[in-house]
Design a protein around this ligand. Structure first.
Ligand code: FAD
Length: 422
C-alpha cells in the first residue's frame, strides 16, 4: 500500500473508541461518524437514572478524547446506508468515501414488535434515556403529593422488564434510594408503598451467569424488598397498565424495558450476513467476508468460533478487545506483517445489586457479597475514561457510602414544554 488509506468508523462506543486509539494515525486517515458527539459508558447508565451520578460523569465528548489524535476527522451524523459497490456511506450530512469501513454501531433496544411497549416504556440505551428516567421518576413524586387516591397506586409502581444485569442493577438501585434517600426528600410520602417489580421471562435472574450468581442475586433482590416475578413476561403496556403473561396486571406509570437488544442495522448490508439479533457475520479477523474491505466490531459483530459457536456475549470487554486486535491488524497489514485472529479471553462477568451486594463470576472461581461489591466498583472505576471522571465518581460513591445520600436530584425538564408525566 503506497498512498494513505481512509478508514471510516461508524460508532464511537467501546469498540469504535478503542479501534481509533490503537490505529497508527501516521499510517491512516480515519473518519469517525457517530450520531452522538460523545462516548457513553453504558454500564453506569442506571446510576444516572437513579440520581447517583451526573450524565457528564459517564459521557465523554469525542473531540475532547481525540484532541491530540492526528489524521482523525469527526462528524456528528447518522449513517443511513452503505454502498459497498461504490465504497461510500450516505449519512444525514452527506456522502463519505472509504477504502475500509469499520461498522461499530452497537445495539438498540428490542421491543419484539410490541408498539405499545415501544411507545410507552422507558429504555436504558443512552445517557439521554437515563436522564429521562430520572426526570420522570422525580416528577412523579412531585405529582404524587397533590394527586388523588385513585392515581396514587400507579405512581408508586415501578416495573422493570428483564432481569439481566441492566434490570437487576436498576431494580437494586431503586430499592436503595427508596430506603435511604427518597424518604428524606419527601417526608410526606409513605415509601413503604413504593413497589418495585422485576419481571423476567426465564426462570432465573442473571440468566447468563453461574448458578451461584443466579441464586445469590435472587436472594439479594428479595432481601431488598423487590417483587420478583420470574418465568413471566410482560405482554403489553398501555394506559398505565402492565399486562403480564400469567394474566395479572399492574397499574404503573413507569415501565422500564431492559428485556433485549438488537443490532443497529444500516441499510445496504447484504441480508445473507445478518444473523440472530441483527448481528453481522464476521470471520476471526472481524472481516465480513462477503466484502473485501468491510469489518464489524463489538455488539453488532457475530463471530462464531470453536469456543463460542453462537458468537461472543455482547459485552464491553469483547468490543474493546476485538477493536484492539483489528487496529493492530491494520497497522500490521500496511507493513505486510501477518494478521492475527481474534480469540476472546473470558475475564468473567459481574453485577451489583446494592450496597455490599454483588456477584462476580471469574473463570476459576465465583464469589459474592461485600468483597464482590468492592471489586465491581474498582473495575468500573478503572474502565471509566479520564482521571478527572474517575475521581469525581469515586468521590460521589464515597460520599453516598458515608452519608447514604446524594445531591443530584435535579429535574431538568423545560417546564413550558414538559407534558404531564405519564
Ligand atoms: C444499561 C447497560 C449496561 C451494561 N452493562 C455492562 C457491563 O456491566 N459490563 C459489560 O461488559 N457490558 C455492559 N453492557 C454492554 C456494553 O455496553 C456493550 O457490550 C458495549 O457498549 C458494546 O460496544 P459497541 O462499541 O459495540 O457499541 P456501543 O457502545 O453501543 O456504541 C455504538 C455507537 O454507535 C453509534 N451509532 C449507532 N448507529 C449509528 C448510526 N447509524 N450512525 C452513526 N452512529 C451510530 C452510537 O451512537 C454509539 O455511540 C451494558 C449495556 C447497557 C445498555
Amino acid at each position: 500500500m503506497d498512498e494513505r488509506k481512509r478508514i471510516i468508523v461508524i460508532g464511537g462506543g467501546f469498540a469504535g473508541l478503542q479501534f481509533i486509539k490503537n490505529i497508527d494515525s501516521a499510517l491512516f486517515d480515519v473518519l469517525l461518524i457517530d450520531k452522538l458527539n460523545h462516548h457513553q459508558f453504558q454500564p453506569l447508565f442506571y446510576q444516572v437514572a437513579t440520581s447517583q451520578l451526573e450524565p457528564a460523569n459517564i459521557s465523554f465528548p469525542f473531540r475532547k478524547i481525540f484532541q491530540k489524535k492526528e489524521n482523525l476527522k469527526i462528524r456528528m451524523a447518522d449513517v443511513e446506508s452503505i454502498h459497498s459497490e461504490k465504497d461510500c456511506v450516505e449519512t444525514s450530512i452527506g456522502t463519505f468515501s472509504y477504502d475500509y469501513l469499520v461498522i461499530a454501531a452497537g445495539c438498540k433496544t428490542n421491543f419484539f414488535n410490541n408498539q405499545n411497549i415501544e411507545k410507552n416504556a422507558f429504555t436504558l440505551k443512552s445517557t439521554f434515556d437515563s436522564i429521562s428516567i430520572r426526570n420522570h421518576v422525580l416528577l412523579l413524586f412531585e405529582e404524587y403529593i397533590s394527586s388523588k387516591g385513585s392515581e396514587k397506586e400507579a405512581i408508586l409502581n415501578i416495573v422493570i422488564a428483564g432481569a439481566g444485569p441492566t434490570g437487576v442493577e436498576m431494580s437494586g438501585a431503586f430499592a436503595e434510594i427508596k430506603k435511604n434517600i427518597l424518604p428524606k426528600d419527601y417526608p410526606g410520602i409513605d415509601f413503604s408503598k413504593l413497589k418495585i417489580t422485576l419481571v423476567e421471562g426465564s426462570p432465573n435472574t442473571l440468566n447468563s451467569m453461574s448458578t451461584n450468581a443466579k441464586s445469590a442475586s435472587r436472594k439479594y433482590l428479595i432481601d431488598l424488598g423487590i417483587e420478583l416475578k420470574t418465568g413471566i413476561t410482560v405482554l403489553d403496556y398501555e394506559n398505565n397498565l402492565v399486562k403480564l403473561s400469567d394474566g395479572s396486571e399492574i397499574k404503573a406509570r413507569t415501565l422500564i424495558w431492559a428485556a433485549g437488544v438488537t443490532g443497529n442495522l444500516i441499510d445496504g448490508i447484504n441480508p445473507e450476513i445478518i444473523m440472530r439479533g441483527n448481528r453481522l457475520k464476521v470471520n476471526q479477523l472481524n472481516l465480513i467476508d462477503t466484502y473485501k474491505n468491510i469489518y464489524a466490531l463489538g455488539d453488532i459483530a457475530y463471530m462464531p468460533t470453536s469456543k463460542y459457536p453462537n458468537a461472543h456475549p455482547q459485552l464491553a470487554n469483547v468490543a474493546i478487545n476485538q477493536a484492539k486486535n483489528l487496529a493492530k491488524n491494520f497497522n500490521r497489514k500496511i507493513k505486510s506483517k501477518e494478521q492475527k485472529e481474534f480469540e476472546y479471553k473470558d475475564l468473567g462477568s459481574m453485577a451489583t445489586i446494592g450496597k455490599h451486594k454483588a456477584v462476580v463470576d471469574l473463570p476459576r472461581f465465583k464469589f459474592k457479597g461485600f468483597f464482590a461489591w468492592y471489586i465491581w466498583m474498582f473495575l468500573h472505576l478503572m474502565l471509566i475514561l479520564s482521571t478527572k471522571n474517575k475521581l469525581i465518581i469515586f468521590i460521589n460513591w464515597a460520599w453516598a457510602y458515608v452519608t447514604k445520600d446524594t445531591s443530584l436530584r435535579l429535574i431538568l425538564n423545560n417546564p413550558k414544554k414538559a407534558k404531564k408525566v405519564s
